[in-house]
Structures are given as C-alpha cells and as structure tokens.
Write a protein that binds this ligand. Sequence first.
Ligand SMILES: [Zn+2]
Length: 407
Amino acid sequence: MLSVCSDFRLLANLALREALTSGKTARGSLARFASQQAKLLHLNFYHALAATDLAVALARAHRGRLRRHRASTVPYLRRLFLRTSHHCFHFDPQTGKLRLSLRSGEWISFQVHVAPYHRSILAKPGLRVTQLHLTPERAILIYGKPAPEPYAPESLLALDTNEGTLDGVTVAPKEGTHAVRVDFSEIPTIQSCHAKRRRHLARKKATDRRVGKRLLNREGRREHDRVRSRLHPLTKQLVAVAAAHRAALAIEDLSQMPHPRRRGRLARRKPSTRRRLSSWPRGELNRQLAYKAAEWGVPIYWVNPFRTSRTCPRCGGIAVPRSRVGPVFVCPQCAWSLDRQLNAGANIGRIVLRETKELGGLRLDLDALLDEAMTPRYPFECIGRAREERTGREGRPLKDSVQTLLQ
Ligand SMILES: [Zn+2]
C-alpha cells in the first residue's frame, strides 16, 4: 500500500507541475494528462481524477496568492498519502472493514477501528461517504450531507456586526419588534491578551529572529484556535434559536464592504485601535453562520451594509460624515435618535423587509425600539469570560437563557 501512496503522490506532483508550467486551469485537460501518467504508474483512472483535483486546487490557491501579491512558494506534495473517490473503496461502518482498490485488478482489505460516536454519525440517513484520505497512520473518511430546504420564515432576526457584539432587531408577527444584543465580548479579551503576549515575545526575542518567529507563530495559532472555539458555540446557539422560532437571519454581506484600510478610514486611528478593529473575526463569524444556517435550513439574507450605520430608518436621512456619528445616532432631518449599533441593525432589518417577498407579512415597528433601546436583550450574557490562558475547554456550559431571544 505504501508504494501506491508514493505513486499517487508522484502522480499528483506531476499533475501539479503540469498545471503550473503549462498554465492549464481546466480540469478536463489536466485529467487527460494525469490519466496518461497514471497508466505508466499502473494506477487507475479514479486515482488520476483525485490527483487532478488536488493539483487544480493547489495551483489555483498558489495563483491566487501571487495575484494578491502574497508570499507563496511553489506548491509540492511532500507527505505520503492516498486520496480516492467512493468508486475505489467500500467501507462498512458496522464492521469497520475497508476494501480498497490499489491498482487495476488489485484490491486489499483491512480493519479500521470505528468509535461508537463515528458509527452513530455514519449511520445518519442521507449521509454519503464520498472520499477516503489515507495516510500511513490514519484513514479519514470525507462525507457529504444533503442540506434541508430552507423553511418559509415566520419572523426575522437582523443583526449588525460590531466589535464584541452583534446588535439588531427581531421582528415577529405577534411579538412585534424588539432590540437584541448578542455578546461576543470575550473575543476582544482573547485577542488583546494574545496581542500583549506577542508584543512581549517580540521584545524578548528581538535578537533571535528564528526562535522569535517560531514562538510568535505558535502564539498566533493559539489565538486563532481560541477565537474559533469561542465562536462555534455562539454561532450554533444563534442559528438554533433562529431555527426554533422559524426566523430568517439577516447579516451584513462582507463581500460588498470595502476594506476599512483600503478606504483610509483606519489610517487616522491609533495603532492599537487599528489592530483591534481589523482583527475582529467577521469573516469567520459569517462563514460559521452560513454553513450552520444551511445545515439547519435557516434562510439567511445578506445585506449590503453601505451606510447602514448612518442612515435614519424612519425618514432615510443620512448623517455625514460617518466619523461624527457618536455612540448615539441622531437623524439630521427628523427627531429620530437611537444607539448607533442598534440603529445599524434596524437598518439591516428595514432593508431586508423591503427587499424580500417571503417576509412580506412582517412590519418593523420603530417606536417599539425607542422604548427598548436603553435596555436591549442580552441573549448570550450567561457565557463566562475568557481566561488568561487556555486550560482545557473554555467557559461554562451554555444555559437556557438564550431562549429569551425572540420570545
Ligand atoms: Zn430621520
């Protein structure tokens, strides 16, 4: 089997080199090349296809990095592994028996240890194992799950992303309009803690760049992991609450937002503020919300955030410039005033209600917001603060108080 792994790696590297030197980007022409090479290496057609897919993905990522003027070395596969599609293997999760086609007419079968948890996952209806990634140490099964059709929304949860919070409104037919605030304040705490540590490390290892770089990289990875693991329960709860109330989510569409640094908006800020504002993981938050919403069948609407923080939701008046909008938005044309962050969430709600037919029965009641703006609901406030250093899984278990949202 190891010889097959090493032949497969060779095949993938040949396809990769072909993709980079000839400039081929089409999967078809690369697959033709790879299947010719596969014949010479006595591998089958499906190995060639898997190697082509790898080569195409790696070459595309490399080209993308070069286009964006990022540092990139020419990709090359070093690790020994075999990736095959479901045509080439058969796996029985109950017995753990894996039967695998190595070369044309040559099969092996062996036993894989399957934990009860994995067995329960693989037994779910509709789930299909699509790929096998085999290394000398482990077997990784990659499966696909059909996403349910999004339900017809009965209410709306519109949120604006801010540093440390998501603020916005919920609109339901019976309960009316309410202001909500989802607390993510732990994440800035984690980030500032790690920024402090990185600064300290950089100073301490200023004379040893090699060790300094390694330690700083490790610090960065640890921060990344901690932020992710804190975001996951929060996004899961948010989507679960939306699903329980058959609510649609409305979130700002980051792809339509100019990068603040490119706009020069951040240039005037202090360096510490700049770091804080641009390190807030908006992209990761939206990625998690998007895939979890798809998994739960929650409809999600992406709203262009242009001017949402400085527009009046009542009369459409625009405050200029943005930097003069303080913690409270005050309309220059009418008497409307509201917490700036809640105001942006209300605008997102207004836009999505105006533009979406499925939400036609809902009405944004702005007067209800005025009464509540001083005390928005904090659906996630029960989650514990971030610790200074990771010692196992962070935070206390989530309580049921999340259910106050959308009641
Ligand atoms: Zn106004």
